[in-house]
Design a protein around this ligand. Structure first.
Ligand code: BTN
Length: 252
């Protein structure tokens, strides 16, 4: 595969031992010049953030934690989230040889258990739209970690999924290459991203239940719209779209 834009992502890489959140560090760098494609890694986070105000828990050295600055793209946060999820699922598949799938909008699952979460944030900086894509991949956690009551859904790690100790640096290399490819594709052709999602989605064509503004809706997933969100053909026959910001899949 070839990167459309000549490997922008990972042009600059900074590594922190410990930080509150790699997304926060990325936002600091985003104020400076030449920050497009910069990647922040950390061994440990004290205040990792997840979607919808959730915390992201990981203990030191156990996860691949990174945040990538993406600017100068015309896409919105929703499409970038899809592209990032496709890139991450492909990276985990290629590196670990396991069948990773995307749980819309931003989780990557293996065997129905969450292995990775993605948080895309956006801000305007000096009149430019800038995104930070934060990615957390569980790498070395064992079964005991996922027994914790604080976790909101069943989880797994790359080590557990592949049955051997993974090399985080190698996985990181594959991840950055895939991100570069998919952010490039996203700019050239948003349909490629939607198709990529369709190939790796665990919802497409399935009967799912979502929670949206405290109400539940069930139907067959007919696809995804890069702006409006998940498309469901509801039980009554009506087709409705659910925006990522207000929606979680509760059953599928
Ligand atoms: C989610 O599952 O809701 C998204 C989790 C995103 C976690 C990653 S870890 C690296 C980056 N820094 C953060 O504070 N969050 C993201």
């Amino acid at each position: 595969e070839e990167a459309a834009s000549g490997c922008v992502i990972g042009r600059r890489v900074v590594v922190y031992q410990s930080t509150r959140s790699t997304n926060d560090i990325a936002w600091e760098y985003a104020k400076g010049a030449e920050s497009d494609g910069l990647v922040v890694f950390a061994e440990e986070q004290s205040g990792g953030r997840g979607r919808r105000g959730n915390k992201w828990l990981s203990s030191a050295g156990q996860s691949l934690l990174c945040s990538v600055i993406v600017s100068g793209v015309s896409a919105g946060a929703e499409l970038l989230t899809l592209a990032s999820a496709v890139a991450t699922a492909e990276a985990i598949r290629e590196y670990a040889g396991v069948s990773a799938r995307i749980k819309w909008p931003n989780d990557v699952m293996v065997g129905g258990k969450k292995i990775c979460g993605i948080l895309v944030e956006s801000r305007a900086i000096a009149g430019r739209k800038v995104f930070v894509v934060g990615i957390g991949i569980n790498c070395h956690q064992g079964e005991d970690f996922f027994g914790s009551e604080e976790l909101r859904m069943p989880g797994t790690s790359v080590d557990l999924a592949m049955g051997e100790v993974c090399d985080r640096n190698e996985l990181a290399g594959v991840l950055l290459r895939k991100l570069d490819v998919w952010v490039g594709k996203m700019q050239a052709d948003e349909k490629a991203v939607i198709d990529g999602w369709g190939r790796l989605s665990s919802q497409l064509g399935e009967y799912v239940t979502v929670e949206h503004n405290n109400r539940r809706y069930s139907g067959i997933c007919a696809g995804v719209d890069p702006v409006e969100g998940l498309i469901l053909r509801l039980d009554g026959g009506a087709v409705r779209m659910f925006e990522a910001g207000q929606t979680t899949i509760v059953k599928h």
